[in-house]
Every structure is written in structure tokens, then in C-alpha cells.
Design a protein around this ligand. Structure first.
Ligand code: GLY
Length: 431
């Protein structure tokens, strides 16, 4: 079979790698990939979703799997389906669940799914009035897509008002800030929970712990993710049952029955688990329509079932015939990012603020073969060296029978990698 993976980050590298492990797959193409992905698959420079559909048709691609949210929100699944090209990913209508935080929250409230108290605003003055009127800390979220950085967690009324100013008036996330979702800040344990679904049957995957803040001890700005590990310590059969019955099933069945949305592909629930009178309530903080980055980098290496078989079952509406098998060992993903460096006109603070690119990367070839290396932001220079092109540069995924073992391996292997300003959190997987 020939596979096309859409994406160019670490998650998309992990998806391409997973397809490469399938005995049913002869070729994997990635649009448009990066220097690391080029070592796993054939990168093709396709820019628009139309170019991708033309390529899939011409090359007789058997299956396309979409990594990021933007092409899904742009309607890649609708376009491929209209041309009879098999694709995994929700259509444009279903993509609203990620591309509008405001609409998704309203739908969930109407479907009786646990969400933090919230209100949506398109007028910044009304948003500020609301912030002053509620007696609790809030999170201010840009309505639209903001590469995982659009949620500003606030400690005070002043911070929340400043968040409204930045998002709605300064437009730090562009048009994504036309509206904001302001929700009550919850305290508990975060968990990223994933499912496969064909729109009727929902099959849970394993879960992962993501680390979104830039600095250790969950300090600093929100990023697209600084690391992850799986299995998640809180996820047992009873919690899976709770999340399925209180969130995943009412959501997939509810959007189909009430909003005429047939949701097919991957469902990613960003949950806050709050313990109340010995019961765990899974509040939904966000819905994503795709695999997480960096969660995919720890989940896919644990998946023993062929991703082609699962994808075919989703396409055929036969997901009920699939029971994925998982490796019980731990995986830890540690992300090397572009940190603080000195520029011509002062210091670059480093990801997620400004950072330098084009910096040579050393040591990747010395990483233990038992680890996986997935690239997020790299290219090859004219002398054949990897150089940085993004804030998140590459990750090491280690394994171990304990979280500690996997964590120590990831940290010691990362010491072999160097580039100017390299920064990674040393507390990933430290429980
Ligand atoms: N890890 C966060 C995300 O993928 O959105």
C-alpha cells in the first residue's frame, strides 16, 4: 500500500514512522515533512490541499492520514472524499470542535458534557466586565486556531484583563482572537485522552501526560508541548469507563444526532480530572480533531496493532471489529527547543518567544538505537548537517519498564545532542 501523511512536525514524523512499521505498506510519502522525516519517508513539497489531492490521485495513494488541524479545518477531508480518495480525519464541519473554542463549548454544554463554567465574548469591554464580576481565576482562550498557544492561564483579574487586551485588541493570535472563551480555572490533573472513531463506534486509546508550559514546574508560557509520557498514572479501566460514558460517547453521538456532524478519525480530549467526593469528574478543557504533539510520539510507539488495519476499519465504518493492543512499557518524549541565544540586537528569549534558526545540530547520530528520534523543526544544510528551523526542534522517545528508567534514558541521551541555546525541561516524567 502507498500512504500519504500530511504534516511536518514531530507528531507527523511519528505517524510516518508507525506506517513504515506495517508489513502492508510499501511506500510512505509525507507532505511536506522535514529533514528528519526525510530519513523515514519520502517528503513531497505540496503546499495546498488541492495539490495534495492531485498527488494522491496521480500516485494512486491508498490512504491519506492527516496530522495537523489546519488542513482539516481547511476541508482536506471533504475534498479528498469528494474525489473518492480515502482519508483519515474529520471533515470541515466537525473541525469546528477545534477551530472554534467558543462553539465547541456551547455544543458541549448543550450535550450535558462536563465543562468548566464559561462565557464567550466578541466585545472586549464585556469580556472585562465579566472577568471583574466573577469571583474566581479564569483562563482566557482565543476562539480560533493558535498552534496550541491560545490559552492564557491567569492568576489575577489584572492578568485576565491583560489577556483580553492581547488576544482581542493587540491580536497576538491574529483573527483567532475575534472572540474569546473565558472559563473558570480548574485545579486538578490534566490528561490527554485519545480515541479512534468511525462516527458510531468509539475505541479508546491509551492516554498521555502532556507538559505544555515552557519552564520546569509548570512555569512560563504555554507552548505546543515540551514533552509527554505514557501510560498516564491515573488512567485505569474505571476512569476509561467514566470518560467514555460522560464525554466521548455523548459527544460523538450528540454531535451526530443534534448537529448532523459525522465525526470520523481521531478524537483528542484535553481533560482536567477533578476529584470531588471520591468521584473523578473529567472536565473537558479542549477538543482537538487530531493526534496530539507530543502525545503521538509516546502513544504510537506503544501501539502494537497495525495503523493500516485501524484506518481501514474507520473508513469502512467497521471500527467495532478492532481492539487495539498496547505495549505496557513506558515511553517518555523529551523535546529539545530553541532556547535563549544572543542575537545582533540583544537576546532572543527562546521558544515560545523569539528564537534563532539555522543553528547546526550535533550528536543526533550518537543517540542510542533503542530510542526513537522524531524531528519537528529541522532541515539539512548544503554540507549535509541538520540545522534548526523551528522553536521545537526534535525529540527523543525512550522506553522503560518504569517511568523513572524511561525518563533517565531520555535525559542521558539528550545530553549527546547540542546546538546553540538548546533547552529542554528536565522534569518531564518526574512524578
Ligand atoms: N499537546 C497539545 C496539542 O497537541 O495540542
Amino acid at each position: 500500500m502507498k500512504i500519504l501523511v500530511v504534516g511536518s512536525g514531530g507528531r507527523d514524523h511519528a505517524i510516518a514512522w508507525k506506517f513504515r512499521t506495517s508489513p502492508r505498506v510499501s511506500r510512505v510519502y509525507v507532505a511536506h515533512g522535514n529533514a528528519g522525516i526525510a530519513g523515514t519517508a519520502e517528503c513531497v513539497n505540496l503546499k495546498t490541499i488541492e495539490e495534495m489531492a492531485d498527488f494522491a490521485e496521480k500516485e494512486r495513494i491508498d490512504l491519506t492520514f492527516v496530522g495537523p488541524e489546519r488542513p482539516l479545518s481547511a476541508g482536506i477531508a471533504d475534498l479528498f472524499r469528494s474525489r473518492g480518495l480515502p482519508i483519515i480525519g474529520p471533515d470541515r464541519k466537525a473541525s469546528r470542535l477545534e477551530s472554534s473554542k467558543c462553539d465547541a463549548k456551547v455544543m458541549m454544554r448543550e450535550l450535558g458534557i462536563p465543562v468548566p463554567e464559561f462565557e464567550n465574548f466578541s466585545d472586549p469591554d464585556k469580556a472585562r466586565d465579566y472577568i471583574r464580576s466573577v469571583g474566581y481565576p479564569v483562563v482566557v482562550k482565543a476562539d480560533g486556531l493558535a498552534a496550541g498557544k491560545g490559552s492564557l492561564v491567569c492568576e489575577s483579574v489584572e492578568q485576565a484583563e491583560e489577556a483580553v487586551r492581547q488576544i482581542m485588541e493587540e491580536r497576538i493570535f491574529g483573527d483567532a482572537g475575534q472572540r474569546v472563551d473565558i472559563e473558570k480555572r480548574l485545579y486538578g490533573r490534566e490528561l490527554s485522552f485519545f480515541c479512534f472513531t468511525d462516527g458510531y463506534t468509539i475505541v479508546p486509546m491509551v492516554a498521555a501526560q502532556d507538559y505544555k508550559r515552557a519552564r520546569e514546574n509548570d512555569q512560563g508560557k504555554n507552548t505546543g508541548g515540551m514533552g509527554a509520557y505514557s501510560p498516564h498514572p491515573w488512567l485505569n479501566d474505571s476512569l476509561v469507563e467514566t470518560i467514555m460514558s460522560k464525554v466521548a460517547e455523548p459527544l460523538i453521538n450528540g454531535v451526530r444526532e443534534k448537529y448532523d456532524i459525522l465525526y470520523r478519525g481521531i478524537l483528542y480530549l484535553g481533560l482536567m480530572l477533578v476529584e470531588r467526593e471520591k468521584e473523578i469528574i473529567p472536565y473537558v478543557l479542549e477538543i482537538n480533531i487530531r493526534l496530539g504533539d507530543p502525545e503521538a510520539q509516546v502513544i504510537l510507539p506503544r501501539l502494537r496493532t497495525d495503523l493500516v488495519d485501524i484506518s481501514e476499519a474507520i473508513l469502512a465504518g467497521e471500527l467495532k471489529s478492532i481492539q487495539p493492543k498496547w505495549d505496557p512499557d513506558y515511553r517518555v518524549c523529551l523535546i529539545a527547543t530553541s532556547g535563549m541565544t544572543k542575537g545582533k540586537r540583544g537576546w532572543y528569549k527562546g521558544y515560545p518567544d523569539r528564537y534563532k534558526i539555522g543553528l547546526p545540530i550535533e550528536g543526533v547520530d550518537r543517540i542510542d538505537q533503542n530510542c526513537l528520534v522524531f524531528h519537528s523543526g529541522t532541515e539539512m544544510d548544503s554540507s549535509g548537517r541538520f540545522v534548526t528551523t523551528g522553536g521545537r526542534v526534535l525529540c527523543i522517545v525512550s522506553s522503560g519498564s518504569t517511568l523513572r528508567e524511561a525518563r533517565e534514558t531520555a535525559l542521558s541521551e539528550m545530553e549527546k545532542v547540542s546546538f546553540e541555546g538548546i533547552y529542554y525541561r528536565k522534569d518531564i516524567g518526574l512524578e
